[in-house]
Design a protein around this ligand. Structure first.
Ligand SMILES: *[C@@H]1O[C@H](CO)[C@@H](O)[C@H](O)[C@H]1NC(C)=O
Ligand SMILES: *[C@@H]1O[C@H](CO)[C@@H](O)[C@H](O)[C@H]1NC(C)=O
Ligand SMILES: *[C@@H]1O[C@H](CO)[C@@H](O)[C@H](O)[C@H]1NC(C)=O
Length: 336
């Protein structure tokens, strides 16, 4: 059988259009892929950034620090693999959390930039719904001052009905009169940009949460307060050259100014200029020391956690008074 000229022309024409269609599908795919690639979750912090903070079991905490646990104003971060708080974990599960609050329960959201200065009050249900958009992912290109995030204080009665089930962390200052609790939920890629405040603990309840920290005297490299943590983690932190140069520059300045302080020796920066870091699994908790710079990145579409801010200076003042007056009453001993 031979092809007529007409038939081969038709085949050639069809083939031509077919190739054009294929090419345009491929181009459309490529641009969708590029967008996806920019937004989708393409890295695993816990794999690429293994934990560089010392991890303890609860028993090891008490063996190391005694029956009161981590002392007030302890100077280095640590992670406790605690695996407690089943009750609170159960109450805050993604599919049941709403049923454990009154209907239309509202929460106050903060912007997730370094200053968290913006506020917005919405029903918890609305926030959880917004969080699940875009497959529960916050794009690395969304600015942190324009991303809403729930990690507020939980002092109302409605909150207390849920947080009263929280077993406080194993810390000397973790006594009701010295703590403020803060419950938070965020999606994958959410988190708060670099900031500082007093000491405390934060426990992962659902999902994984990555923490990065630098000691007080080392300002985090190349960050903008309105940039998202995810953006910093993916575009700044992954550039090792950048981190090393910044560290070398820091060391040089210190030498020139001859300001080798006690804290520089205590909290030497890791040689490559990397922050201290760890990915918390549900049941893990981290202790963040006073005034350490830190930023967080939530790694799962439903990442819930509870933080305990402690008043260590007040605790120590009170403790001094108690020792002066010989009044040991009220000096709480944690039951083992
Ligand atoms: C909750 O809010 C909706 C819409 O604003 C309203 O119709 C409903 O009555 C409210 N329910 C309660 C229990 O307040
Ligand atoms: C967020 O921050 C950026 C950069 O600092 C700024 O240009 C923008 O106006 C801010 N957005 C809001 C809503 O304040
Ligand atoms: C990493 O940072 C260095 C120094 O700032 C810069 O020259 C280089 O282009 C960056 N590399 C990438 C892949 O962004």
């Amino acid at each position: 059988m031979t092809l007529t000229a007409r038939a081969s022309l038709r085949i050639a024409t069809n083939l031509f259009f077919f190739i054009i269609i294929l090419t345009s599908i491929k181009q459309a795919n490529a641009s969708v892929k590029e967008q996806d690639k920019a937004d989708s979750w393409q890295w695993l912090p816990e794999a690429q950034h293994p934990c560089t903070i010392q991890r303890y079991t609860l028993d090891e905490i008490y063996e190391t620090f005694g029956p009161e646990g981590v002392p007030a104003l302890h100077e280095t971060p640590l992670v406790v693999v605690a695996n407690g708080n089943d009750k609170l974990r159960q109450l805050t599960q993604e599919d049941t959390i709403l049923s454990n609050f009154p209907p239309n329960f509202t929460v106050t959201l903060s912007s997730s930039n370094s200053f968290s200065q913006h506020r917005r009050t919405v029903p918890l249900e609305t926030y959880l719904d917004e969080m699940s958009h875009n497959n529960g992912i916050t794009s690395p290109h969304q600015l942190s001052n324009e991303s809403w995030y729930l990690f507020g204080e939980t002092f109302t009665e409605d909150w207390k009905q849920v947080t009263k089930h929280y077993e406080l962390p194993p810390g000397q200052t973790c006594q009701p009169e010295y703590v403020a609790l803060s419950f938070g939920v965020g999606n994958r890629g959410s988190g708060v940009q670099w900031h500082i405040h007093g000491p405390g603990f934060s426990e992962a309840l659902h999902g994984r949460k990555h923490w990065v920290l630098y000691p007080p005297h080392y300002s985090p490299p190349f960050f903008h307060h309105d940039q998202s943590t995810r953006n910093w983690m993916e575009y700044t932190y992954t550039n090792e050259t950048k981190l090393r140069l910044y560290h070398a520059d820091f060391l040089l300045k210190q030498q020139q100014q001859d300001v080798w302080q006690k804290q520089d020796k205590q909290h030497s920066i890791l040689p490559n200029g990397r922050p201290y870091e760890c990915t918390l699994e549900p049941g893990d908790l981290i202790y963040f020391p006073d005034r350490w710079h830190h930023a967080t990145l939530n790694c799962d579409p439903y990442t819930a956690f509870i933080s305990t801010f402690t008043s260590d200076h007040l605790y120590l003042q009170d403790d001094q008074k108690r020792q002066k007056t010989g009044n040991k009453e009220g000096l709480f001993r944690r039951e083992l």
